[in-house]
Design a protein around this ligand. Structure first.
Ligand code: COI
Length: 353
């Protein structure tokens, strides 16, 4: 396998950046000038290189188009106050990437290849980092199965790519969510913890139905009894009930969210009581009916902290606390501070490029 210094770079001679307002783009619409690509064949990753952004040509027989061997990560790079650029928690994302790949019977990506490919790509396209509040360079590493075969089988060939795009806020408003009791996102023993394409594809119809009914997102419940809360939309979900931060524990159905983990670490350092455990709809409804403050929010790389302003359970809609002094905003602020270098990065989360 190639190492750091041997990733060849073929630069574009025509940047698409001039003329683009990178601080005002709909999420995920404008690829940066370059991409990283490597090929897996004969049992090893090879031909790693950085190229001008380009289309892929795939045979209609390509396995990933049929049987779902696709895995991705969602990551971000930030411009720091000293104008350096840092990638957030590269190491942790890499670990999750490989766990997803393993579950989908796909080859793991070595740490050096992941790290150096990404570092060099982000360094090359650093002019694409937007400067607006809540903005970042979104990084999308992914692997697809590329063997040309219609048989249902583990592919013998793959592509590993990294693409980037400038992004702002994922959600512009606090969310109205409904507890989903018809459809499920994941079942025990399935792929809920993996970042594979199918998890997102199967959520589209339930989400569309929720939007048609006047909501922004769904609050997923467990596959067995529709009794316990799992995630919200494409995010982990956290609640602050009576000053206790509660979130569903990691399991085979819950994504090991990097933002979730970061918030839990910040909360514990502050001395806040944190509980990773099952939380039932009944418990949540009792809290929402009571005389206590309930904050609810989604956490994910794209959305960071997405405040939830109301939760609908059956026919009842309950308001959550979303005022300016809500604790959830302070997590977002502290995370932003660490990413820009304003707050000391005591855990070494910033991978400075
Ligand atoms: C992320 O938060 O990065 C996600 O994966 C959510 C979505 C953009 C797929």
């Amino acid at each position: 396998m190639q190492t750091t210094t041997t990733i060849p770079i073929h630069r574009t001679n025509e940047s698409r950046l001039p003329g683009l307002d990178i601080n005002n783009l709909p999420f995920g619409t404008a690829p940066t000038d370059h991409l990283f690509i490597a090929r897996y064949t004969g049992g090893e990753w090879t031909e790693a290189r950085i190229e001008p952004f380009q289309e892929l040509t795939l045979s209609p027989f390509t396995l990933c188009l049929h049987y779902g061997q696709t895995v991705f990560e969602g990551m971000k790079a930030f411009r720091m106050n000293d104008d350096k650029v840092s990638i957030f928690r590269l190491n942790k994302h890499h670990g999750r990437f490989n766990r997803s790949l393993q579950r989908m019977a796909m080859p793991e990506v070595p740490y050096e290849l992941f790290k150096e490919g990404m570092r060099q790509l982000v360094a090359l396209d650093r002019q694409w980092l937007p400067s607006g509040k809540d903005s970042a360079l979104y990084i999308r590493p992914f692997v697809i199965a590329t063997e040309k075969r219609l048989k249902v089988k583990i592919s013998d060939e793959y592509l590993f790519l990294i693409v980037c795009t400038p992004v702002g806020s994922y959600y512009s408003q606090p969310l109205r969510v409904k507890v989903e009791t018809e459809f499920i996102r994941a079942a025990d023993g399935g792929v809920g913890y993996a970042k594979c394409g199918g998890n997102y594809g199967s959520a589209l119809l339930p989400t569309q139905r929720a939007i048609e009914a006047g909501f922004d997102q769904v609050l997923w419940t467990d596959a067995q009894n529709r009794e316990f809360i799992e995630e919200s939309g494409t995010m982990n979900v956290l609640f602050l009930i009576d000053d206790i931060l509660i979130t569903p524990a990691r399991s085979s159905t819950i994504l090991d969210g990097v933002t979730r983990d970061s918030i839990l670490q910040l909360a514990r350092r502050r001395g806040l009581k944190v509980q990773e455990r099952k939380i039932s709809i009944r418990e949540l409804e009792a809290a929402l009916q009571g005389d206590i403050r309930v904050e609810a929010f989604g956490a994910g790389t794209a959305a960071v902290v997405a405040p939830i302003e109301s939760i609908t359970i059956g026919k009842e809609t309950y308001a959550c606390y979303v005022e300016e002094d809500a604790v959830m905003y302070s997590f977002k602020k502290e995370l932003q501070g660490i990413r820009t270098g304003e707050v000391e990065d005591t855990w070494g989360w910033n991978e400075v490029v």
